[in-house]
Design a protein around this ligand. Structure first.
Ligand SMILES: NC(=O)c1ccc[n+]([C@@H]2O[C@H](COP(=O)([O-])OP(=O)(O)OC[C@H]3O[C@@H](n4cnc5c(N)ncnc54)[C@H](OP(=O)(O)O)[C@@H]3O)[C@@H](O)[C@H]2O)c1
Length: 287
């Protein structure tokens, strides 16, 4: 029997990308895995793979914006599986647009999913994790954009900065209960995220004073994502598996060469030099 056989994992946003691959890798390594997604109709492929490979994987509905679906799913999991060892807070999307052109509703919606979604699921899971023998692990999918910001993504960056702060606090709060918190900071990963991201309503017209910079930065991100250098969601999933199975994992894991390079540059360079580097990369005016 594998050591992990009776351990239970939940992944949010498992319909595609990083969540999809993470649910599969956890199930392939013996975790009884709940691949949660807001739209169960998107479960066909993961269910086919699970069936073909005989994986201990089930699909369950969670819309991280909806407290009712969160509570219903977590109650069901605890009822059936009795414990929750790993929670991977992965669900998220990007909001493109200069701050001036973002509506308060668009920014709130971005926070609702990327930040409050994490709060909602984590709060629902904690009473079980805290009271079980062996503690547990909470993995929060942040981003390199949780350590450094770029123009046109201020709302997205803010959600990830907030998530980093939340995760850091949480790691202190939960340490004495045997619950570990891990922050994953991917760089550019080839997923559906550019298509699932939202362009702010006011930013989409040619009348926008930010139109050309928005277009340029968006296409820069698309080309970075399509480049052979960018990493795959499978690589992120492998890092998550490594992190959750490590005896004493560090708090933060970056994924991808681009991520490691930019985070190192931010640590080592002076602030003005770092800002100029980002400006050069994004072809922005220099100071
Ligand atoms: N790809 C990158 O380059 C990159 C880099 C750094 C960080 N990340 C982070 O990685 C995470 C996963 O993104 P991805 O790249 O794998 O993109 P993706 O393929 O677009 O996957 C996003 C997942 O989140 C789900 N989701 C969105 N809103 C949700 C909600 N309210 N409730 C439940 N699920 C919801 C989506 O479900 P639907 O299919 O129903 O839309 C989808 O399953 C995100 O937190 C993202 O910020 C990605």
């Amino acid at each position: 029997m594998k050591e992990t056989e009776k351990k239970v994992a939940i992944v949010t946003g498992s319909s595609s990308g990083i969540g999809f691959q993470t649910a599969l890798i956890l199930a392939r390594n013996g975790y009884s895995t709940y691949a949660s997604m807001r739209n169960i109709e998107k479960s066909k492929i993961i269910m086919e793979i699970a069936k073909k490979e005989g994986l201990p994987l089930q699909v369950i509905q969670i819309d991280v914006n909806d407290s009712f679906t969160v509570k219903k799913a977590i109650d069901k999991i605890v009822n059936v599986s009795k414990r929750i060892d790993i929670l991977v807070n992965n669900a998220g999307y990007g909001l493109f647009g200069a701050l001036e052109e973002l509506s308060i509703e668009e920014i709130k919606a971005q926070f609702e999913t990327n930040f409050f979604g994490v709060v909602r699921v984590t709060q629902a899971v904690l009473p079980t994790m805290r009271n079980q023998v062996g503690g547990g692990t909470i993995v929060n999918i942040s981003s390199v954009g949780g350590q450094m910001s770029v123009p046109i993504l201020s709302a997205y960056n803010s959600t990830k900065f907030a998530l980093e702060g939340l995760s850091e606090s949480l790691s202190y709060e939960l340490g004495s209960f045997g619950i570990r918190v891990i922050i994953i900071e991917p760089g550019f990963i080839k997923t559906n995220i550019m298509n699932s991201s939202v362009l702010a309503k006011k930013a989409s017209g040619k009348k926008s004073p930010y139109y050309s910079s928005t277009q340029r930065i968006e296409s820069h991100f698309r080309s970075m994502m399509d480049s052979p250098e960018s990493s795959t969601p499978e690589e992120v999933a492998k890092v998550i598996l490594h992190a959750v199975t490590s005896g004493n994992p560090q708090l933060r894991f970056t994924v991808g060469n681009d991520a490691a390079a930019i985070i190192q540059a931010k640590r080592k360079m002076s602030e003005p030099d770092f800002i100029n580097l980002i400006k050069q990369q994004l072809k922005l005016e220099s100071q």
